[in-house]
Write a protein that binds this ligand. Structure first.
Ligand code: TXA
Ligand code: MG
Length: 351
């Protein structure tokens, strides 16, 4: 990793530019979180509606009080256990945090990413900014596409709209961070992700509530805005074959046959090889157990997209642990596909 490159990235950020940043979850599209003009450009480049709050990425737990206020002990315990790492905390914000970052909310989402390049950049930014710096960064995909887990994904989505793309290799985890809202009386998990709910519960000493991200309309209820199903959906329709145990492979073969007969281009996504698939089916490389499934999921979905696939027939990983986060993203993709069909269209989801 070159010092010069990271120094250059710091200068780009301090000049108000955008840097695509590798993290252990997915790639982020970063801007100096203290610069509202720079942050506004993130929304333009992503094509994301203003008002969706962004996560502020910091170098370590020492930055907590620079961005958040009334930080409860349980937040410090979680930080001690999981930072740097795939856990975002939603806390009451310091008044100086720009509205464009928080979507005008009284809270701010904070996390310290666990990737050497991101860490190096944030530490240098701390020094340059003379304090506890932060970069606002949503996933570095165009709005309506799945998150990027490689620099190539970012390039394919954002191309020259971003001032600098730092290539830190494929993201180690492959799903976004777990988001826990600690700004209310009771801790609420707003998004499943890289840290399991079980692990969070152990530190908190209580099982956090899970936001009902499925039923609450956008902007209502305890949920992360921007958690609508469409945000995690690839263009091809996803059909899940779940909870059928030993029959899963037979059912996949039957579904694939039906879709092919209907004239669809069909791909199969599964933990292991499915024997006996029709020759016209596109077999995506098997994804293995949960951790590996998570790591390659978005790449496989993008691959199917590139191949012009209409339907992905997928066998999700078993429930529990990281498998739960993968199941969450696959379910969202499946529901978004159904919603598109109901509307009788095959086009990107509505913003
Ligand atoms: O792993 C990740 O979290 C990646 C990497 C780049 O760090 N980032 C990411 O950002 O997934 P984004 O913008 O694609 O998703 C952030 C989620 C959104 O659903 C947003 O609504 C929620 O975090 N969020 C951010 N600040 C919030 C706040 N103050 N209150 C509630 N939800 C918030
Ligand atoms: Mg995103």
């Amino acid at each position: 990793m070159s010092d010069e490159l990271i120094e250059h990235a710091v200068r780009v950020l301090l000049d108000g530019g955008l840097v695509a940043l590798p993290t252990e979850t997915v790639y982020g599209l970063a801007a100096d979180a203290t610069n509202p003009v720079a942050v506004r450009r993130i929304f333009e480049v992503k094509g994301r509606p203003l008002g969706h709050p962004l996560i502020v990425h910091v170098s370590s737990g020492r930055s907590l009080d620079a961005w958040a206020t009334e930080v409860p002990d349980r937040a410090r315990h979680l930080v001690e256990q999981f930072w740097p790492g795939p856990l975002t905390l939603v806390l009451a914000r310091q008044p100086g945090v720009p509205d464009v970052v928080t979507g005008g909310r009284p809270t701010v989402g904070l996390r310290a990413p666990d990737h050497p390049m991101a860490q190096d950049l944030l530490r240098r930014l701390d020094l340059q900014a003379g304090g506890w710096a932060g970069v606002a960064a949503p996933s570095a995909n165009r709005f309506g596409r799945v998150s990027p887990t490689t620099a190539a994904h970012v390039r394919a989505d954002l191309g020259t709209d971003v001032d600098l793309i730092l290539d830190g290799g494929p993201s180690r985890l492959g799903v976004e961070s777990t988001i826990v809202d600690l700004s209310q009386d009771r801790p609420i998990v707003l998004r499943l992700g890289g840290v399991t709910v079980e692990a969070v519960a152990e530190v908190l000493g209580e099982r956090p509530e899970l936001a009902d991200a499925w039923s609450a309309p956008e902007g209502e209820g305890p949920r992360a805005p921007g958690m609508s199903t469409a945000h995690y959906a690839p263009q091809p329709r996803v059909v899940l074959v779940d909870d059928v145990g030993a029959f899963a492979q037979d059912l996949v073969i039957r579904l694939v046959g039906e879709r092919l007969a209907a004239g669809d281009r069909v791909a199969v996504l599964a933990p292991t090889v499915v024997d006996g698939l029709p020759p016209d089916a596109i077999e995506l490389e098997p994804v293995g157990p949960a951790a590996n499934y998570a790591r390659v999921l978005y790449d496989r979905l993008r691959q199917a997209d590139r191949l012009g696939v209409d339907v992905i027939v997928a066998i999700p990983p078993p429930p529990g642990g990281l498998g739960e986060s993968v199941r969450d993203r696959l379910s969202r993709a499946a529901v978004a596909g159904l919603q598109r069909i109901e509307r009788g269209r095959r086009e990107p989801p509505d913003p």
